[in-house]
Design a protein around this ligand. Structure first.
Ligand SMILES: Nc1ncnc2c1ncn2[C@@H]1O[C@H](COP(=O)(O)OP(=O)(O)O)[C@@H](O)[C@H]1O
Ligand SMILES: N[C@@H](CCC(=O)OP(=O)(O)O)C(=O)O
Length: 377
């Protein structure tokens, strides 16, 4: 049986579905259960792993507080419910983590924050800073401002995007079901659990149905979509039954669940994405000192840049060339072209004085840079 050691993962995203967090009869959060889960997460955190939670439940909690009717909600009602429910949700998580000595930080994201590159860089940097400070980000979709056309709606795909954005190596989807069955189990009592999916094929996709619980959004279909995003981004994914106490401990002990395997690692997947999937929008030329610094693993600072060309925005992909025109690598640029022209050749102190702010001044952060030859090593 495939049983990876959870202690081997360095950065883990745990998605908690609405149907788990909220007791549909009472319309209230299952606090005791959540504390058991946070015990598991605190243990992984003590072992050195970074922990990120993607928590659903704002709408389900808020709708009962506001006394909204059962069934599908109008957009403005779900926005109002999310607004009320999110306050309670973040408080429950923050308290549970604090009792175990971990600081939680709330991040509410919209679809644009994960899909548009300029926003993506901001969200990624905030997550990375929180993790460096050993805090646990608790993330949800910002449903109060998300509109019907451009939103995730379900949190499975959001959690997968968070996992790739944060370069996580494991995504755990806790749900109200043991894992993926070969047919929707609500209608097929003989359906069998699939313990491992080495690759998401059309046959696997055809097994997934929608949600059976009225609190949930995606069902198994969005979990399979999440699996595609996570595994192509270098993270393994596991769908497991969260209904029992200490659900992550149960995965570690090898209780039945479904593993989706990635052929890659987060670093390789990200490098491929930067180097291969994005069309470069400009060229950044650097001096010899900067070329040496990049080769030894540093970020590219504006001081080592001699020229910029093209019409790029912050977050776009650019080609980095040395003084002789050779391609050094590619990366996601930290400035719009107009600002890049102003800061090139300057050291960070000058930039801070000129802009009047302390902050992130890299032209290209090393996490967003792929050197020529990196992918063939
Ligand atoms: N092939 C399948 N295997 C397992 N569950 C399935 C399948 N097809 C549909 N489902 C449904 O998906 C549900 C889990 O998704 P969902 O209700 O969205 O939960 P969550 O709120 O945890 O995201 C299960 O309870 C089940 O009814
Ligand atoms: N962002 C929404 C979550 C939507 C939702 O229920 O998603 P899911 O748990 O994937 O079925 C909320 O907090 O209510």
């Amino acid at each position: 049986m495939f049983l990876p050691n959870l202690q081997d993962f360095k950065r883990i995203v745990i998605k908690v579905g609405s149907s788990l967090l909220v007791d549909s009869k009472r319309g209230a959060a299952r606090r005791e259960w959540l504390h058991g889960l946070v015990d598991d997460l605190a243990e992984l955190h003590r072992g050195g792993a970074d922990i990120l939670v993607v928590s659903s439940g704002a709408i389900a909690l808020g709708r009962s507080v506001l006394g909204l009717p059962k069934g599908a909600l109008k957009l403005e009602d779900s926005q109002a419910a999310a607004s009320v429910g999110q306050i309670a949700l973040s408080r429950i998580w923050a308290e549970a983590f604090a009792q175990r000595g971990i600081i939680a930080g709330q991040i509410l994201v919209t679809w644009q924050d994960t899909e548009e590159r300029r926003h993506y860089l901001n969200a990624r940097e905030t997550i990375s800073r929180l993790l460096a400070l050993r805090a646990a980000p608790v993330i949800n979709e910002n449903d109060t401002v998300a509109t019907a056309e451009i939103r995730y709606g379900d949190n499975d795909r959001l959690a997968a995007r968070v996992a790739t954005m944060a370069s996580a190596d494991l995504l755990i989807l806790l749900s109200d079901i043991t894992g993926l069955f070969d047919a929707p189990p609500a209608k097929n009592p003989d359906a069998k659990l699939i313990p491992m999916v080495p690759r998401i094929s059309a046959e696997i996709e055809a097994m997934a149905g929608g949600a059976a619980s009225e609190l949930s959004r995606g069902g198994m279909q969005t979990k399979i979509e999440a699996g595609k995003i996570a595994t192509s981004g270098g993270a393994h994914m596991v769908i497991a039954d969260g209904r029992q106490p200490n659900p992550v401990g149960r995965i570690a002990r090898g209780e039945p669940c479904t593993w989706f395997l990635t052929p890659s690692t987060p670093v390789t997947a990200r490098k491929k994405w930067i180097a291969g999937s994005l069309a470069p929008q400009g060229v950044v030329t650097i001096d010899d000192g900067a070329a040496r610094a990049l080769a030894s693993g540093a970020s590219l600072l504006p001081a080592g840049v001699t020229a910029v060309e093209g019409d790029f925005s912050r977050g776009d992909s650019v080609i980095v060339r040395d003084a002789h025109g050779g391609e050094v690598g590619r990366g996601l640029v930290g400035y719009d072209v107009a600002m890049a022209h102003k800061v090139i050749g300057r050291n960070s102190r000058h930039i801070a004085d000129e802009l009047g702010v302390e902050g992130r001044f890299e032209m290209i952060h090393r996490d967003n840079l792929v050197l020529a030859g990196d992918l063939t090593e």
